[in-house]
Design a protein around this ligand. Structure first.
Ligand code: UDP
Length: 374
């Protein structure tokens, strides 16, 4: 079969590779001048530091098959994400752990004491079934830590009150009553030795795959292929005819320096008055490399305009209603499968994106073998 994949990010590359290995002819197009989508990495010309061009991407998963898959295309180096946050004139450890709690409250509590202290003296136990981001925070860490670490940051990141956001966003972060400051709790974590782009290049390196960059998709040409997998914005496929699904976009203010600028890869800024959400210092994402210079990104979040790159799907009540209308349109569109973060309008981590791409490709091959049309 002749198959078109729109988007050369993780979804497109993995689906393309699986179908190419099964003998299909794969064409992949991408409007940008590089593969990898928002995972794209490249070396900075001045310092040679590996830069996560669209912001920090740390690979973490519990899915052994996904871990083995990515490791079969590149070498992953050990990397633990340890995040700090500057708030109210101090630097604290994130995610909230025993160090954060003891430092914030000027105490020397042991694990069980800290759990008891937060649960019985700080947390708002009147909230029994937290629905919003704010309720989730008030229920599990209480008002002080919420205000110091989450409220200001979240207003900056999402451009709205945490009372308007779902609890699921905060559930991404653990609260720990020990000194484990690993940002993620997954079994496997690492960073590709030469960045994500060479990994995706290796996935795309197959005789049945042709990649065309700086090539925009025209939905009218979909009929020329036996099937299309589309990983661009869902509303964009339909010419935004029902309206635009809301996204947050990011602006990065890049600066270079010598030596070590901030001593860690990611420094968040919890105070509302600081206009940026975080500063990432990219050389710390490759701690096995040595560089004299350093490259930092100050990260600002704002509403995504039509000409901007979409990053985070907003998924509030308004967007969810519009989303369900677009999903209906997508279901009525034969011969096209919508995949990935933009194609399904979800806040997806890399490992989930890969898992879904593997499953989508397997389901397609199974249907094709049975002669079913998708
Ligand atoms: N968050 C926060 N303060 C922080 C870090 C995170 O309030 O210092 C909130 C914020 O709303 C963010 C969410 O927790 O969107 C999830 O954080 P995560 O680190 O997973 O965000 P990402 O790295 O995907 O932007």
């Amino acid at each position: 079969m002749n198959i078109l994949l729109v988007g050369a990010g993780l979804s497109g590359a993995i689906i393309g590779r699986t179908l190419a290995e099964a003998g299909h002819n794969i064409t992949i197009i991408d409007g940008r001048d590089h593969i990898g989508g928002n995972c794209h990495t490249e070396r900075d010309a001045e310092t040679n530091v590996m830069v996560h061009v669209y912001g920090p991407h740390i690979f973490h998963t519990d899915d052994e098959e996904v871990w083995n898959y990515v490791n079969s295309f590149t070498t992953f180096m050990p990397y633990k994400n340890r995040v700090k946050t500057t708030s109210q004139g101090q630097v604290f450890s994130l995610p909230i752990n025993l160090h954060t709690i003891n430092q914030y409250y000027n105490k020397t509590l042991r694990p069980a004491e800290a759990r008891d202290f937060i649960e019985n003296e700080i947390a708002d136990k009147s909230i029994t079934d937290p629905q919003t981001f704010e309720e989730q925070a008030m229920r599990f860490v209480g008002p002080d830590l919420y205000k110091a670490f989450f409220e200001g940051y979240t207003i900056k990141q999402w451009g709205c009150s945490p009372t308007e956001l779902p609890a699921s966003i905060l559930k991404r972060l653990p609260v720990r009553f020990n000194y484990d400051d690993n940002y993620f709790f997954h079994k496997f974590q690492g960073m590709p030795e030469n960045g994500y782009t060479p990994m995706i290049e290796a996935i795309l390196d197959h005789e049945n795959i042709t990649v065309h960059l700086e090539t925009w998709f025209d939905p009218d040409t979909a009929g020329e292929y036996d099937h299309v997998f589309y990983s661009g914005p869902l509303d964009g496929y339909f010419g935004y005819k029902l309206g635009r699904l809301g996204y947050r976009t990011l602006d990065f203010e890049k600066f270079t320096d010598k030596g070590d600028y901030q001593g860690c890869a990611v420094m968040n800024y919890g105070d509302r008055e600081v206009p940026y959400t975080r500063i990432t210092e990219h050389k710390h994402f490759s701690p096995w490399e040595e560089h004299e210079g350093t490259v930092c990104y100050k990260e600002f979040s704002r509403a995504c305009e039509p000409e901007d790159i979409p990053y985070y799907p907003i998924r509030q009540v308004k967007e969810k209603a519009l989303l369900s209308d677009y999903v209906k349109l997508a279901e009525e569109t034969g011969g096209v499968t919508f995949v990935g973060r933009l194609g399904t309008y979800r806040y997806l981590d890399m490992d989930v994106t890969i898992r879904e791409a593997m499953d989508t490709a397997a389901a397609f091959l199974e249907s094709a073998a049975k002669g079913e049309k998708m």
